[in-house]
Ligand binder design. Structure first.
Ligand SMILES: [Cu+2]
Length: 187
């Protein structure tokens, strides 16, 4: 019947459009194998497509003093944003570990040692009730940590400078030292 043919062709058009979007969003990933299900794609419910189950944008929520919303594993190409729901300013510094360092060992290092021992992928900073400007894209497989170097009691207006040429003042307790960190793998 014409009606059902039209519905099917609309579904197919939608799938072709979604496939195009996936090609764009997956062009940097190795895992994308191309549109190989054309013959049966229109019979498959869209919601069950496995490629759509993993969001390519993840919002990290900072509270005092931890992160919420960071999965243990995420896909290459995932973009991270930061929203601050805490009372203090927070940041997320994304570091890619150079070696297979255990997270518990790593987070007991000083800020300087962390910055020297890992590759800094990006930094997002947000005042209370704010969303940070910009996003960080996870472009490579590896082991990552998310860390907040802001000091307890810092003003929202304070600019925290990431300085790996000098040790952080020993009198300041930084958020990561009281648990504001998370680890994840990409790949
Ligand atoms: Cu913090």
């Amino acid at each position: 019947m014409i009606g059902s043919w039209r519905e099917k062709s609309q579904v197919r058009l939608l799938i072709v459009t979604l496939t195009g979007l996936l090609m764009v969003s997956c062009q940097a990933a190795d895992t994308y194998s191309g549109p190989s299900h054309d013959a049966q794609a229109s019979d498959r419910p869209i919601a069950q497509s496995p490629s759509m189950a993993v969001p390519s944008m993840i919002e990290i929520v900072a509270v005092d003093y931890r992160y919420e919303g960071i999965p243990a594993k995420l896909d290459i190409g995932t973009r991270l944003s930061l929203r601050n729901e805490g009372a203090e300013p927070h940041e997320v510094v994304i570091l890619r570990l150079r070696e297979d360092t255990g997270i518990e060992d790593f987070v007991h290092l000083s800020e300087r040692e962390m910055l020297e021992g890992a590759e800094t992928i990006g930094v997002l900073v947000a005042s209370p009730d704010q969303t940070a400007e910009g996003t960080i894209t996870i472009g490579e497989a590896g082991s990552y940590v998310a860390v907040c170097f802001v000091s307890v009691g810092a003003d929202a207006d304070d600019e925290h400078v990431h300085d790996n040429s000098a040790a952080a003042p020993p009198t300041q307790v930084q958020h990561y030292a009281i648990g504001m960190y998370a680890s994840f793998a990409a790949g």
